[in-house]
Design a protein around this ligand. Structure first.
Ligand code: BV8
Length: 250
C-alpha cells in the first residue's frame, strides 16, 4: 500500500515517543507528578488556578524531551517522507505530540496539532518565544516586561490552531493512505481523523500494541510497537536504505 500510495497522511500520538523514554500522556504521571492528573493540569482552568504548578510540569516535560532522542519509529517516518518526496508524492505528518522529536528525526512536513513544549506564549500579547533556556528560573516564567508566559500547547477545551485544522482537513480529504500510529484515538478532533480518511476513500492502517476505538474501523490494525514495525514497513516498501536523520547520507 505504501509503495503505491500517492498522498499519505500520518497521525501520531504519544506512543511513537514511548520508545524514546517519554512517558505517554496516559502514564505521564511518574514520580513527583504521580499525584497530579494530566486532565487537570492540561487545561486553562488548571493554569489559571495554579500557574506555578502547571508551568513547572511543562518545564519538567520540556527538559525530558530535550534529553530524549528520536527512536527507530521516528527515523522510519522521516525516511518515508524522503522516499515519497523523491517520487514526487504527497506526505504530511499530523502529530498530537508536543515533544518536537519528529522534526529532530528529520521530518519537515509536520503539523503540531497540539502545539509544542518549546513554544511559550505571553498571556497578554500572545507573542511566542522559542528555545528559552531550561529550566526557567521562576515559575510561572515571565517576559522581561514581567508578563506571564504560558506553554504554547493546546489545552483541553481550547481550539486547535485554525491553520492546523484547515491543513489537516484538506490533506485528509485528498489522501489515499492514512496511518494512525501510537495514539489511543480518544482525544478529538484528532481521534476523528481516521473516519475522515476512510470517507475520502483512503486505505487506513493503525499501528499500536493495544486495541483502540479506531481499531475496528481501519483496514489494517497492526498490533506492534512503532519502533519495531515501522522500519520493517519502510524496508518492505522502499528497500534497505538508511533511516539516518536528514543531512546524513540518507
Ligand atoms: C477541542 C497537549 C474544540 C497538551 C493535548 C467532553 C468533555 C470535555 C471535552 C470534550 C468532551 N468531548 C470531546 C471533548 C473535547 C476534548 C476531548 O476530545 N476530550 C476527550 C478526553 C474526550 N478535546 C479538546 O478539548 C480539544 N479541543 O475540542 O476544541 C472546542 C473548543 C472549545 C469549546 C468547544 C469545542 C483539544 C485537545 C488537545 C488537548 N491537548 N495535548 C499536553 O500535551 O499537555 S491532548 C494529549 O492527549 C495528547 O496531545 C493527545 O492528543 C491526547 C491523547 O494522547 P495520545 O497521544 O493518544 O497518547 P495516550 O497516552 O492517550 O495513548 C498512547 C497510545 O500509544 C496508547 O494507545 C498506547 O497503546 C500506544 N503505545 C504505547 N507504546 C507504543 C504505542 N504505540 C506504538 N508504539 C509504542 N511503542
Amino acid at each position: 500500500m505504501l509503495a503505491d500510495a500517492r498522498r499519505v497522511v500520518v497521525l501520531t500520538g504519544a506512543g511513537v515517543s514511548a520508545e524514546s523514554k517519554i512517558p505517554t500522556f496516559r502514564d505521564a504521571m511518574e514520580g513527583l507528578w504521580a499525584s497530579f492528573d494530566p486532565q487537570s493540569l492540561a487545561t486553562p482552568e488548571g493554569f489559571a488556578a495554579d500557574p506555578e504548578t502547571v508551568t513547572r510540569w511543562y518545564d519538567f516535560r520540556r527538559m525530558k524531551c530535550r534529553e530524549a532522542e528520536p527512536n527507530p519509529g521516528h527515523l522510519a517516518l522521516a525516511r518515508i517522507e524522503r522516499e515519497l518526496e523523491s517520487r514526487s508524492r504527497d506526505f504530511i505528518l499530523l502529530t498530537q505530540n508536543v515533544d518536537g522529536l519528529h522534526r529532530r528525526a528529520g521530518n519537515r512536513s509536520v503539523v503540531e496539532l497540539h502545539g509544542s513544549l518549546e513554544v511559550w506564549r505571553c498571556v497578554e500579547t500572545g507573542q511566542e518565544f522559542r528555545d528559552l533556556p531550561a529550566p526557567f528560573d521562576t515559575y510561572p516564567p515571565r517576559t522581561d516586561r514581567g508578563t506571564m508566559l504560558r506553554p504554547g500547547v493546546v489545552w483541553f477545551g481550547e481550539m486547535l490552531p485554525p491553520e492546523a485544522i484547515e491543513t489537516a482537513g484538506e490533506r485528509l480529504d485528498a489522501c489515499d493512505l492514512f496511518f494512525s500510529i501510537g495514539t489511543s484515538a480518544t482525544v478529538y478532533p484528532a481521534a476523528g481523523f481516521s473516519d475522515l480518511a476512510r470517507a475520502a476513500g483512503a486505505k487506513t492502517v493503525e499501528i499500536n500494541p493495544d486495541a483502540t476505538p479506531a481499531s475496528r474501523h481501519v483496514d489494517e490494525s497492526v498490533r506492534a510497537r512503532a519502533g519495531a514495525v515501522l522500519p520493517q514497513i519502510v524496508e518492505l516498501a522502499f528497500g534497505a536504505g538508511n533511516a539516518s536523520p536528514r543531512g546524513g547520507n540518507g
